[in-house]
Structures are given as C-alpha cells and as structure tokens.
Design a protein around this ligand. Structure first.
Ligand SMILES: NC(=O)c1ccc[n+]([C@@H]2O[C@H](COP(=O)([O-])OP(=O)(O)OC[C@H]3O[C@@H](n4cnc5c(N)ncnc54)[C@H](OP(=O)(O)O)[C@@H]3O)[C@@H](O)[C@H]2O)c1
Length: 430
C-alpha cells in the first residue's frame, strides 16, 4: 500500500485558501515526487459561515482547530492563522508537543518563539518548517540549510519586504509622495489595510532575525537589532538621492565582523548601478556572502498566495519524504547565542539633510559641529526651499562612527537655525 500522511490546514485566508486548493489539485504530482500521498484530513478557520471562493465539505471542517493536535491519525498541521500570540502560538506549541509535524508561514511567531519551538520539535523528532515565513516564494531558508551548508556565511542582506519596496519604487518612478504611494499600494493590494509592520521595519526585523539565526548558527536575538522605518522619506530625499547617483532602498542586513554580529533594518542610499538598487516594485532579493562559494543571489516574489504556497509545498514535500532535520540547521544542544554588538561602532558615510534658515555663518557652524564629532564632509549641496526664506543643505559625509552621527544630530537639533528635524540616511556600499 502507498504511504499516506494526513494533513490539517488551520487558517483559510489569503494564503490558506490558495494552499488548500493547490494541494487538492496537485496531490498526484506531489505523490509522484515524494512517494507519499498528501491527504487533507481536516481544514479549519475562525468561521464556517464565512463566504469563501470554494465550498468546504462539511465532513472536513474541524470546529475546534485545537482538536487537530489530539487526533492520532493527524501527521502534519499547517498553521496559516498568523500573529506571534493567541491561536497560532497555542496551536503550534501544542502540535509539536503532541508529535505532529508543523509547517507555518508565520514570521512573527518564528522570530519570537522559534528557539523554544525548535527545541520541542527536535525532542519529539518531528519537523518544524517555516520556509514561507521569510520572503514568500524565495527559497532562502532551504538554501541556507541545504544548498549552502558547506559555507561559512559572513553577511546576509537584501530587500525583505515587498510593500515597502513598492512604495519607495513608486515614489521614485511615479514621483509620488509617501502618502500617495501608500494609497496606491493599498489599491493594488500590495499593502494590507494596516501596513504598520511593513513600514516601521518590524516585518523585516522578524525575517532578518530568523535569517541571522540560520546563517550564524545562533539562537534568535530579539534584543540587539536596529530598526528604523521608511515613514520619514519624502520626495525631496528621493530626488536628492537621484541627483547624487543613488536610490533609496529599505534594507535588512546581518553581518559578522571579528565574530561579532550586527543586525540592522533601515532605509539606505545605494549606488544606482548596484544590483540591489535595481530591485523594484514588490520584488524581494536576498544576497548571501559566504566562503568558499562567494556571493549567492536569490530574487523573487516576497509575498502573495502563489509564491507563499510554493514555499509551503517545499516544506510539505520535505516532510513527506521523511527528511527530518534540525529546524535551525544544527541541533538545539549545539546552538549558542552568538556574540552580537550594537551599530554604535560601525562606520558609515551618511546623507544628511538640514533644512535651515538662510542666514550667514550657518555652513561654518555645521562644519564645526561635525568636526567636533570626528565627522568630515565629502560633498555639500545647498538648495533654496520653495518659499526661498530657508535653504536645504544636503551633505554626504566621509565615513564616521554611527555613535558620532547620533551626537552630530543631537547638537544640530538644538541650533536655532534648524527649521525641521534633520534627516539622516546611511549610505550602504552593497
Ligand atoms: N499574505 C501574504 O502575502 C503572506 C506572505 C508570507 C507569509 N504570510 C503569513 O501567512 C499567514 C497567514 O496570512 P494570510 O494573509 O493568509 O492571513 P489572513 O488572510 O488574515 O487569514 C487568516 C486566517 O486565520 C483564520 N483565523 C483567525 N483567527 C482564528 C482563530 N482564532 N481560530 C482559527 N482560525 C483563525 C481566519 O479565519 P476566517 O477565514 O474564518 O476569518 C483566516 O482564515 C500569516 O502568518 C502571514 O504572516 C502571509
């Protein structure tokens, strides 16, 4: 008799409904590739009466999704509810404790509880799979865990959020202000009704923490990470960047320097002829620098039901093939919290935009503030503002310590010639 594994899907929203339909349609192809029948035993969501674009056979509906963790014949539970707490957390913890394989697309849950969940999965010899939690359809997790296993990774970075990348690209291409670009993204379905976590960096941070942990064999570090969002970027910054030969991109970067890891999420000016600067719209791209392979680039759709299902099916096939692995590459017993450091000592060139009263002596005072903090000017452009009473000074600095720029900004903010909060964007040589 053919081997069969019984699956329960919990959550039938955007992702769950597509995954359910895809799995039903492609059951035979998946069987041919894994030699195991993927049998959907039950499905569940919040409400049975909700209108969906497919009919739910009554006998497949599980009234209480938590029952799935207790039914003996259930082998695999696919959690597609979302959120780090509440029903998703309850379901995944209980499923793993009861020796069910778990597949999830839930980056918030994995970033927060991934270490604990991986420990339970390893103890109970079941899979805990989360390829879909990072960059939708891009197979970055499996690439780190399998394809790049021989390599020593020293940097992993990229554009890890499609919504914010669409907004910045459209501000650049269509000359839209941030608010209008966000509205357009919502209209086109590229931004959720509440896109807060896409814009304030929390979404990228969750993905980056998971990648850092996999790349550097470390427990997840939720404390040591710099997170800055894109809300302050305006059309003037986009235009200034273009004139200086850059694009503004929202990046996530994890890098190891002398065995200390820095995790950071922030907008950055990137040379307009670089690979990352050309990733536009909702696309994501991840670049891994490792030894001996060198640079590896993965680019693709970072969200949406189809791409996310592609990753979920990859996780499913891994389980159907009986490929039980440690969720974070190495055994929980061998994982340690690596040494992390803050961004303070890291050196950057930066873009500074200072909107000032157009008065004599201001430039020399700004130069003095910078020199007092060991920061020097590489390039300076002064533009009158529309009302001509003020001026907008754009400075590109030589490399200086992050902590020095914090001091420069704090001093400048106190000056009575500053008319608007100074802008500060790191320049990234990637
Ligand atoms: N959307 C994307 O492009 C994308 C990409 C990558 C990863 N993800 C991740 O995939 C997961 C699902 O996202 P989504 O966009 O599909 O979300 P969604 O459309 O909001 O769907 C959530 C589903 O969870 C169900 N649910 C909510 N509360 C529940 C409860 N208490 N008990 C049982 N079911 C409950 C809902 O039931 P009802 O249908 O009855 O309301 C709904 O079916 C999230 O972790 C998300 O981060 C999404």
């Amino acid at each position: 008799m053919n081997k069969k594994m019984n699956i329960v899907i919990v959550g039938l929203g955007n992702i769950g409904s597509y995954f359910y339909s895809y799995l039903r349609k492609n059951k035979n192809i998946i069987f041919n590739k894994t030699n195991t029948i993927p049998n959907i035993l039950f499905i569940s969501a919040k409400s049975l009466s909700k209108k969906r674009n497919f009919t739910i056979p009554k006998k497949m509906w599980l009234k209480n999704y938590m029952t799935s963790t207790k039914i003996k014949s259930v082998d695999i539970i696919v959690e597609l509810i979302g959120g780090a707490e509440g029903p998703a957390k309850k379901l995944v913890f209980e499923a793993l404790r009861n020796k069910k394989h778990v597949i999830t697309a839930n980056k918030a849950l994995v970033a927060k509880y991934g270490d604990q969940l991986a420990k339970i999965a390893e103890k109970n010899k079941v899979n805990f799979e989360f390829e879909a939690a990072v960059c939708g359809g891009i197979p970055i997790i499996r690439s780190i865990k399998e394809g790049l296993i021989a390599n020593n990774i020293n940097k992993i970075y990229g554009i890890l959020n499609g919504t914010s990348n669409y907004i910045l690209s459209s501000m650049d291409k269509d000359k839209l202000e941030y608010k209008d670009s966000l509205l357009k993204a919502k209209k086109l379905g590229y931004a959720e009704s509440n896109p807060e976590s896409d814009l304030n960096g929390e979404d990228v941070a969750s993905k980056l923490k998971i990648l850092t942990s996999l790349a550097f064999n470390s427990f997840i570090n939720n404390k040591s990470i710099l997170i800055e969002g894109i809300r302050d970027i305006d059309q003037i910054d986009i235009n200034n960047a273009n004139q200086l030969g850059y694009k503004i991109k929202f990046v996530g970067v994890a890098e190891s320097n002398k065995n200390k890891i820095i995790q950071r999420v922030h907008p950055a000016l990137i040379k307009n002829n670089s690979y990352i600067a050309k990733i536009n719209g909702v696309l994501n791209a991840v670049i891994v620098e490792s030894n001996p392979v060198g640079q590896t680039v993965l680019q693709g759709e970072g969200a949406g039901a189809g791409p996310t299902t592609s990753s979920l099916i990859s996780d499913l096939c891994s389980i159907l093939r009986g490929n039980i692995k440690f969720p974070f590459v190495i055994s929980d017993k061998k994982r340690r919290l690596a040494s992390f450091e803050s961004i303070n000592n890291k050196k950057f060139s930066v873009y500074l935009r200072l909107d000032v009263k157009d008065k004599h002596g201001i430039l020399s005072d700004i130069a003095k503030v910078m020199a007092n903090n060991n920061v020097s000017i590489k390039r300076l452009v002064q533009n009158p503002t529309i009302n001509k009473k003020n001026a907008s000074i754009v400075i590109i600095t030589h490399q200086g310590k992050s902590s020095s720029f914090v001091k420069v900004l704090a001093s400048l903010k106190k000056k009575n010639y500053i008319v608007k909060n100074p802008k500060f964007i790191r320049i990234e040589n990637i």
